[in-house]
Design a binder for this molecule. Sequence first.
Ligand SMILES: O=C(O)c1cc(=O)[nH]c(=O)n1[C@@H]1O[C@H](COP(=O)(O)O)[C@@H](O)[C@H]1O
Length: 272
Amino acid sequence: MTTQELVSQIHKKKSFLVVGLDTDLDKIPKHLLKEEDPIFEFNKAIIDATQDLCVGYKPNIAFYEAYGLEGWKSLEKTINYLNDNYPEQFTIADAKRGDIGNTSTRYAKAFFETLNFDSITIAPYMGRDSVEPFLAFEGKHTIVLALTSNKGAFDFQTQKIGNQEVYKKVLETSKTYENSDRLMYVVGATKAEYLTDIRAIIPESFLLVPGVGAQGGSLEEVCKYGMTKDIGLLVNSSRGIIYKSQEEDFAQAAREAAKSMQEAMQAILQTL
Ligand SMILES: O=C(O)c1cc(=O)[nH]c(=O)n1[C@@H]1O[C@H](COP(=O)(O)O)[C@@H](O)[C@H]1O
């Protein structure tokens, strides 16, 4: 999917919501556990109930890997279901990969070709030759961790190399990578006060912003400091949407949670 197609979807749906599919067998409704593939059945119901309110889905790969081969099958069925039924959805493999060049190329092949995701999250710690193999894939997007939502972000990301913080160095250096127009960045909603500085370095790039809802980040703050003329934001919520109910009405409850986020986004978009 091109960035322009993503921007069109945002305007059409009046939403820049991404629903996180962090699907955990201990948290999904008990009645689904008797299904042959409870994870897929849960995801399918959540997707069908929310797809008109969001522009993307982000399965976090850990939640699938945790169940071994069965989990990978559920992941594959989920991405195929999205691509077959809702091809306008922007799909994010939240895998946080990155390795020496030839290994990164295999990760890229796994998520961009074999599973056919539109994008993947990447840890930039290993530098240029670990990120550029992902950027070589035309029509795909590589989402680099810049300033994450967790407390540990202060261990390294906000520390200085010389007189520049590491997260700023990541933003500036990655702009020099080949095919850097295929980059997006992760900035946690809990770090909204850093967005002005971030936008000074990357004025146009799309940001994936997790951390609203369960982690306490504010949608309004993120939009105030992070929005661009093409919106430039994908705001993710996982637990705050998918686990609103553990009963038979779980999909409807997820829809209501997604609807209230979409309405808040629509209200913000109307003020532009
Ligand atoms: O890359 C991510 O998506 C990510 C980066 C970050 O800084 N913080 C963060 O929470 N995430 C992911 O975003 C999701 C947040 O989930 P909730 O807190 O349940 O909305 C999880 O899948 C996290 O792994």
